[in-house]
Design a protein around this ligand. Structure first.
Ligand code: NAG
Ligand code: NAG
Ligand code: NAG
Ligand code: NAG
Ligand code: NAG
Ligand code: NAG
Ligand code: NAG
Ligand code: NAG
Ligand code: NAG
Ligand code: NAG
Ligand code: NAG
Ligand code: NAG
Length: 790
């Protein structure tokens, strides 16, 4: 392959040699032509690139190399000056393979390289003693997640470098990274976010960053105090980002000497102590984020002097004291305010008209109620409103009309009551869960992407035209009193992935035409009737199917093995990110949470299903939990049940299954919860190491069954006996398995409700979503981010 392409490029070279030579004679022509040396270097660079999307199709002999995609030449000399092959943006055509930096450094006039957001996995660096002269000023290799650079010594030769971005590249093996970077006399912007760095050299007194203006070392893992060198880095430093980098200790007073600071982000660390009372000295500050730390005390008065402040995030700390509107009186430039998860006593004058117009306000988990804070209604440009868990119980109709136009609304976990069926919410993210709403659901527009109205008392039917909301990704209407039938054709909701309608009073049949994008479908505890439509088998991405506690009848469809996600699916779907989120949330709260697989569950229990188990059901080898209990299923259990290698919980109780229990069950090594009770099984109970962990409760109510753990012996007739006490198995886990739907509800609630206490977490969530290569996720993520930028 390599030999082949180099062959081609030689031919190509010869060809171009002839043509360029001649074309360059046409003097009056405006178009410049590529320098031969540069051309050869680029061909060398291209050789090791893998180009699956043919992004470099213009890199051929048919075009002059100054006309190649991403190449920019000087307009008179024809020397290549820029290489811009970043892959962000609308087209996600990326490049793979190797970056040959040595080849690029042969482009003597190259001053700009952007190869960010591709999937390069290798970097070939110039030999240590290699002599090169470069005019490179801008180097961005960020977002090539698979890349690691173990040696950065070559950087020290690029004395012209002004901008360096290696974010998302693992460079932790280069232990002296700071020393190398500090040797770059012109460096003004250094971005090393998520580089897996572990050493920030906390005791180093002085680092010679003579020209540095922007320093981003966020999302690393330093386990350190703020370093000494930071406080006198250069007097021109204007941006310091150290968010999420595992820093502890106090904010040093001397940091306030950096008078040119415009951006200071220390969020999501473990900083303690208080905000220095002279913070007002940083008079240029416009972005100040110290959210999610362990800072205490009052908000210093002098913060009110930071008149340039645009973003103030101090949420999720341990601040206390009275917060009145006077502190904000001069902050007329404020656009983003995060005071969430704090114990402030809010004493805003009821007639307060702030001097600012916010676009984002986060008051989540603070005390505001019982009325909607009146000053909020003056914020007519608001795009993001979080007043979840604030004790608000009433919102006037006028205020609703104001709220309804905000793009992201988080009103979860209050006790807001009332009928809002006449309100039209035009928002993208709508969190009304865990309140006391009654009446019909509010009207929502087709903008809605993320809707959680769960745990209220909404009644009557689903919103009109709901089935045509084609931006909807996530919908949770669990635990309301919704009634009526589902629309027959829901296939226009082409990106809906999560549909939780459990615990309502919905009736009628399960629609035959469901959104093909569904990953999770929970319809449990409703009044659905009729058969399970075989069209469900076409939902190939489904990894959670919960139809329990309905009135479904007829057989289990034969085609369930068509749900490929349960046969061969990867876990990077629902489970992947919910597990991650959940994990994160739990870590924050320092609760111990036992890992449990959320994905790949089928729950059809408590219906009127009849007939035999179709053999295809046992081909769903990814399934971790299957509950068919409390139906009228009959027939024998075939031995292919042993193919369910990943199953952790299996409940076939309260049916009419008969025959022997197949020995193959003893091979289900992950089985932790197992119930065959109250059927007509007969013969001897199979034995096996895993099966020995189950006691008689797993088998009772099968009069013909014998052997351990039942007391009925298989050889002689003896009284079948009932065990005296319940199993010793972990009650916590049991209850989780009991209703996966319930377990999921927790996770669901998590997304709208419990993220409030850590904003960073919410961003993490959206970032996580966006890291899954799936356009759906990107939609929410991008919308969110766009908004954040403004
Ligand atoms: C190149 O251009 C020169 C002068 O215009 C001409 O004499 C020569 O034949 C051309 N060569 C080729 C290969 O076209
Ligand atoms: C070349 O670029 C420079 C600056 O970028 C510009 O001033 C000049 O007019 C350009 N010349 C031509 C021939 O386009
Ligand atoms: C990279 O380019 C240099 C200079 O053009 C060349 O000598 C080297 O062989 C290339 N490296 C690889 C791995 O192809
Ligand atoms: C490129 O990187 C991958 C993964 O880091 C490694 O397995 C492979 O050997 C590298 N290829 C070359 C040519 O260095
Ligand atoms: C690098 O180039 C400089 C100037 O051209 C020369 O003085 C030096 O000896 C060279 N070093 C090597 C290792 O070739
Ligand atoms: C550069 O680094 C920052 C993190 O500091 C990152 O957010 C950004 O996307 C990177 N790349 C570009 C092209 O800006
Ligand atoms: C700041 O840098 C100077 C060297 O220029 C050094 O002597 C001094 O100790 C540093 N200050 C702090 C607070 O580290
Ligand atoms: C810092 O860098 C400047 C410019 O490169 C140099 O003149 C100075 O000696 C350096 N200082 C230290 C302490 O390394
Ligand atoms: C919800 O409303 C009902 C009836 O209006 C009332 O009985 C109940 O206490 C309310 N619950 C909460 C949590 O406010
Ligand atoms: C909604 O609007 C209709 C028509 O304007 C009115 O009759 C009805 O009472 C309103 N409902 C509520 C709950 O305000
Ligand atoms: C789906 O959308 C198309 C185009 O917007 C529309 O014509 C069609 O009626 C919709 N189908 C349903 C079932 O609503
Ligand atoms: C299930 O898949 C098979 C093979 O791909 C296909 O022939 C069959 O029509 C599918 N059944 C349903 C109900 O989708």
């Amino acid at each position: 392959m390599l030999a082949f392409s180099s062959h081609i490029s030689i031919i190509l070279l010869l060809f171009l040699h002839a043509t360029t030579f001649n074309i360059s004679i046409c003097t009056n022509h405006k178009v410049v032509h590529c320098n031969e040396k540069d051309h050869m270097a680029l061909i060398m660079f291209k050789q090791n690139i893998i180009d699956p999307f043919n992004k470099l199709s213009t890199w051929s002999s048919e075009h002059d190399c100054c006309a190649w995609e991403g190449i920019y030449c000087h307009n008179t000399t024809g020397r290549v000056t820029s290489l811009d092959l970043y892959s962000l943006g609308t087209e996600s055509k990326y490049l793979e393979g190797e970056i040959n930096l040595s080849a690029l450094f042969q482009l003597e006039f190259l001053n700009y390289i952007d190869l960010s957001y591709n999937f390069f996995t290798n970097l070939s660096i110039p030999f240590i003693h290699y002599n090169f002269t470069t005019r490179l000023q801008y180097l961005d290799l960020s977002g090539n997640d698979g890349l690691h650079i173990d040696n950065l010594n070559w950087l020290s030769q690029i004395s012209s470098l002004k901008y360096l971005n290696l974010s998302n590249i693992d460079i932790h093996k280069q232990t002296k990274w700071l020393h190398i970077m500090a040797l770059l006399p012109s460096l003004s912007e250094l971005r090393l976010s998520r580089c897996k760095l572990t050493n920030i050299y906390p005791s180093l007194k002085y680092v010679n960053f003579t020209s540095l203006v922007t320093l981003d070392l966020s999302q690393n893992n330093f386990s350190s105090k703020l370093p000494h060198w930071l406080v006198n880095i250069t007097s021109d430093i204007s941006e310091i980002s150290l968010g999420g980098s595992n820093l502890h200790g106090e904010i040093p007073l001397s940091l306030l000497n950096l008078q040119a600071l415009e951006l200071l982000d220390l969020s999501d660390n473990s900083l303690s102590g208080s905000i220095p009372s002279s913070i007002g000295k940083l008079s240029s500050l416009n972005y100040f984020d110290i959210s999610s730390n362990f800072l205490r005390g009052n908000l210093p008065e002098s913060i009110g002097q930071l008149v340039k402040l645009n973003t103030l995030r101090i949420g999720n700390n341990r601040f206390s004291g009275v917060l009145s509107d006077t502190i904000f009186s001069k902050l007329s430039n404020l656009r983003t305010l995060d005071l969430s998860n704090s114990n402030f006593e809010f004493e805003m004058d009821t007639n307060w008209i702030p001097s600012f117009q916010l676009s984002e306000i986060d008051l989540g988990n603070t005390f505001q109620g019982p009325n909607f804070p009146s000053w909020l209604s003056t914020q007519i440009s608001l795009e993001y409103l979080d007043i979840s868990s604030t004790g608000i119980s009433s919102i006037e109709v006028d205020v609703w009309n104001f709220v309804a136009g905000i793009d992201n609304i988080y009103l979860s976990n209050n006790s807001i009551s009332g009928d809002i069926s006449n309100i039209t919410l035009t928002s993208t993210i709508i969190c009304l869960d865990h309140n006391n709403f009654t009446g019909r659901l509010p009207r929502m527009t087709a903008n809605a992407a993320y809707v959680d109205v769960s745990h209220n008392s909404f009644s009557e039917g689903l919103p009109n035209g709901w089935e045509n909301w084609n931006e909807l990704i996530y919908m949770n209407m669990e635990s309301n009193k919704l009634s009526g039938e589902l629309p027959l054709d829901m296939s226009n909701m082409t990106i809906l992935e999560f549909m939780h309608l459990g615990e309502n009073e919905l009736s009628g049949k399960i629609p035959m035409s469901m959104p093909l994008s569904l990953k999770l479908m929970i319809l449990r505890s409703n009044q659905f009737v009729g058969h399970i439509p075989s069209q469900l088998c076409g939902l190939t991405s489904l990894s959670i199917l919960d139809l329990a506690h309905n009135k479904l009848s007829g057989p289990i469809p034969h085609c369930l093995q068509n749900i490929t996600s349960m046969v061969s699916g990867e876990t990077n779907s629902v489970a992947y990110f919910l597990e991650n989120i959940f994990d994160l949330i739990m870590k924050r709260q320092e609760l111990e949470f036992k890992y449990i697989g959320w994905s790949h569950n089928i729950d059809l229990s408590v219906n009127n299903l009849s007939g035999e188990i179709p053999s295809g059901l046992f081909r769903l080898v990814k399934v971790r939990s299957m509950n068919l209990s409390h139906n009228h299923l009959s027939g024998k259990i075939v031995k292919t049940i042993g193919d369910l290698k990943n199953i952790e919980s299996l409940d076939l109780s309260y049916n009419q299954f008969a025959g022997e229990i197949p020995q193959s069950i003893s091979g289900l090594t992950f089985l932790e919860s197992f119930n065959l009770s109250y059927n007509n099984f007969s013969g001897q109970i199979p034995q096996g190491p895993q099966l020995q962990t189950f006691d008689a409760w797993s088998y009772v109510g099968n009069p013909e069954l014998c052997g351990v753990p039942l007391t009925k012996k298989c050889t002689k007739e003896e009284n079948p006996s009932m065990p005296k006490q319940h199993s010793e198995s972990d009650p916590f886990k049991e209850s989780l398995y009991l209703g996966m739907g319930v377990g999921f509800a927790v996770a669901f609630w998590g997304v709208c409700g419990s993220l409030f206490f850590n904003k960073t977490l919410r961003y993490t969530y959206f970032r996580l979503l966006s890291s899954v290569p799936d356009r759906i996720y990107v939609i929410v993520a991008v919308k969110f981010r766009n908004f954040r930028r403004t």
